[in-house]
Write a protein that binds this ligand. Structure first.
Ligand code: HEC
Length: 320
């Protein structure tokens, strides 16, 4: 799993921090080296940024309409992935009353928050400065075991601010192809995650942690294509999940959309969809299945399942 550091196990109940207080920075070696890499990457980005959009534009078929090339400093998409991970898992570390639930989970969450702080605070892009203060507030809150109901919205707000600050695209530049995603998945992923994405590929049994089962609700429902894109681009440190940075950006999006499609039935029956606004490609890319299902709360379970399958299997497609 993630590299994390340990801070003993104080179990006092959360009291909200005074505004403006700052945590004393702690920097174990693993975080330091990640920090250094990201700083160097940031510096390189500042130097070479003007060249990059042209490279990206050269890849793949017809662009999606509102696509505008924008490159955030490298490291920021990782920050978003880590923030999403913390938002999703913090409730496994701290109870609703603000008590520590699991030392291991808690330390993992703190370790991630430290990485986020290191990345944002060391980035030489001046736009990152206000975000540095914000993430230190989050570290303080987590150390005091802020209840998830208080803490998670703060994490989500910082996520939105990072996206806004760096104008980060959470959607593909070109429409994805599920057919291409399926083939790539077969070649590169099925050996661990299994042909159907149930985490049961031939290599799975020998791995710890095991490859994710995308059909499991706690995995598949809280994954958006953007999160899958992020994970499969960079991998997960300390696990068998490697990064696939060598694949083209549009191929990684094809894969990400396929990961979300494969948990829904391939044959989608026609049903009346009046009154249900269809999500755009950008919305589909950044939205989890859980959030899509919540929009359909007033529909019957069958209609909900059918509409979700349509949104994941039919809507995102470009025709080959
Ligand atoms: C060598 C084995 C291996 C291969 C090959 C592999 N993965 Fe993984 N993958 C893993 C493991 C192990 C995890 C779980 C890590 C964990 O639990 O933290 C994982 C996690 C993931 C996750 C995160 C899911 C979650 O729980 O949030 C995604 C998304 C993912 N893999 C997609 C892919 C895709 C797409 C490919 C192919 C391009 C791929 N993986 C190839 C082993 C693999």
């Amino acid at each position: 799993m993630w590299v994390a550091w340990s801070e003993g196990s104080s179990r006092e109940v959360y009291t909200p921090p005074a505004r403006g207080r700052r945590a004393v920075a702690r920097e174990p070696n693993s975080v330091m080296s990640g920090w250094l890499c990201v700083s160097i990457a940031c510096a390189l980005w500042l130097r070479f940024a003007p060249l990059a959009p042209a490279e990206v534009a050269a890849s793949g078929p017809a662009p999606v309409e509102d696509a505008a090339p924008a490159l955030p400093p490298p490291g920021m998409d990782r920050v978003l992935g880590w923030l999403q991970y913390v938002a999703g898992d913090y409730a496994a570390a701290v109870t609703p009353e603000g008590r520590r639930l699991s030392d291991e989970e808690f330390e993992e969450q703190l370790g991630l928050l430290e990485r986020i702080a290191a990345t944002l605070c060391e980035c030489r892009d001046t736009r990152a400065r206000p975000l540095c203060g914000r993430v230190h507030d989050l570290v303080d809150e987590a150390r005091m075991h802020a209840p998830p109901a208080v803490f998670v919205p703060h994490v989500q707000r910082l996520h939105a601010e990072v996206v806004r600050t760096f104008d980060i695209r959470l959607a593909p530049r070109i429409r994805p192809s599920l057919a291409a995603g399926r083939l790539l998945y077969k070649e590169s992923c099925a050996t661990c995650h299994g042909e159907d994405g149930r985490g049961d590929g031939p290599r799975a049994a020998a791995l710890e942690p095991r490859p994710s089962d995308f059909h499991a609700a706690h995995v598949g429902e809280r994954l958006s294509p953007y999160q899958a894109f992020n994970v499969l681009t960079h991998g997960i440190p300390g696990t068998a999940m490697a990064g696939f940075e060598t694949l083209e950006e549009h191929e990684r999006w094809d894969l990400a959309f396929w990961v979300l499609a494969l948990r829904h039935p391939a044959v989608v029956p026609a049903i009346a969809v009046e009154g249900v606004p269809e999500p755009s490609l950008a919305e589909l890319a950044r939205t989890t299945d859980a959030a899509l299902a919540a929009r359909l709360a007033d529909r019957s379970p069958t209609e909900r399942a059918t509409l979700l399958a349509r949104w994941r299997r039919v809507l995102p497609q470009r025709l080959e």
